[in-house]
Design a protein around this ligand. Sequence first.
Ligand code: ZN
Ligand code: ZN
Length: 212
Amino acid sequence: MKIKSFTFNPFQENTYIIYNSKKECLIIDPGCYTNEEEKKLYDFVKKNKLNPIKIINTHCHIDHILGNQFVSKTWKIDLYIHINEIEQLNNSENIAKIYGLDEYKPSPKPTHFIRENQKIQLGSYNFKILFTPGHSPGHICLYNEVDNFIISGDVIFKNSIGRTDLPGGDYNTLINSITEKILPINESLKIYAGHGPSTILKDEKETNPFLK
Ligand SMILES: [Zn+2]
Ligand SMILES: [Zn+2]
């Protein structure tokens, strides 16, 4: 399995494309906003002859959904989110205005709600859905056991964790999510975060000031 990341939009959000040898791919948190960013994503898919099969949002903060409409229209694929994110998704046009993102193309509605412990398939690969609220009320992470990595959205970053001062955020809930769902996974786990560089769980256990 291969992972390609892009850093998009004024929030420097990481968009991930995960693909297998059959060229099927998941597009996670498409944050492309400008035409140039859309083209970067499009060109990568085209050049690698990938076949996108699903859009998944780890959560529905505006920086993670700016490209939902572009991706869903371009490849005619469905959006998957946790049901607790629906309010934020429904409110996204207002939020975009508040941040001055006047070019925001409204996200399509989800066709599927993802549940905790559900498995998302990518060919013969499985992603286990971890329910990790705290940064936002319906945040999920995608964990792949075979290749030992997690797409962590805005739950945990290199040397930091997600902010909890936005609507629906709660610090203790976030710390619980990290402690119960992520820390027990093995230490060599690779973490692909929603912002900033990727990291290894062992390093975060040793140096992340929020996990002491
Ligand atoms: Zn967020
Ligand atoms: Zn974010």
